[in-house]
Write a protein that binds this ligand. Structure first.
Ligand code: GTP
Ligand code: MG
Length: 198
């Protein structure tokens, strides 16, 4: 799929204020700093459409980007950033769970996982949560440029093992990406295109 236009529409922390248009949307979620905003920039071929930072906690709101005038990419705040005080934040912020539980336009969530790391409890919990509320999702392994190609396969195999140990029957559909090297761009855009055609 070719990206002809990508436009920031609105940021907010209230799912009822998200765009009312009934267009399909795809949300990016995962731990702070995993590369959600960078991936949105990579997919849309824009350097600064979504704000990124080397420091975790950059994205604080639900951000809607309209793509090719007929679907949305949604950038979400990360979870699991220890420095955010527990008073201001539950493990998964309420407005994020509201988003996943109430947003009818959401057709697929992308759960981003840093390919370098062993399976993290918080990600496994979030994946379990998505299963419980029956949200279709894919896994995106990020930052693939940081490990050798041969290690990519063994890290994915280890992740699959962790998911099976967490009561998943099979590895969900997954992608390997590097926002630095544009890895996985065509595969992800083709996936989205196919879902949009259904
Ligand atoms: P929050 O908004 O804080 O939740 O973070 P985020 O998940 O949106 O991460 P962001 O895209 O802001 O990226 C975090 C850091 O990781 C930045 O320094 C990026 O440059 C870096 N980064 C993101 N993707 C990649 C990648 O594919 N490869 C490498 N090497 N670095 C990356
Ligand atoms: Mg971000």
């Amino acid at each position: 799929m070719k990206i002809n236009s990508a436009e920031f529409i609105i940021s907010n922390s209230d799912v009822s204020k998200c765009p009312l248009e009934r267009l399909p949307e795809y949300a990016f979620i995962g731990r702070s700093n995993v590369g959600k905003s960078s991936l949105i920039n990579m997919l849309t071929n824009h350097k600064n459409l979504a704000k990124t930072s080397g420091k975790p906690g950059k994205t604080q709101l639900i951000n809607h980007f309209k793509i090719n005038l007929n679907w949305f990419l949604v950038d979400l705040p990360g979870y699991g950033y220890a420095k955010v005080s527990k008073k201001t934040k539950e493990v998964f912020q309420q407005f994020i769970t509201d988003y996943f539980e109430k947003r009818e336009q959401l057709v697929c969530a992308f759960v981003l996982i840093d390919i370098r790391l062993e399976a993290q409890k918080i990600d496994l919990e979030f994946i379990t949560y998505l299963g419980e509320i029956e949200i279709p999702f894919c896994i995106i392994f990020t930052k693939a440029d940081k490990i050798s190609k041969t290690k990519v396969a063994s890290h994915i195999a280890a992740y699959r093992k962790a998911l099976l140990a967490n009561n998943w029957e099979e590895m969900p559909q997954h992608f390997v990406t590097s926002s630095l090297e544009n890895t996985g761009r065509d595969e992800l855009l083709t996936f989205i295109d196919n879902v949009n055609q259904d």
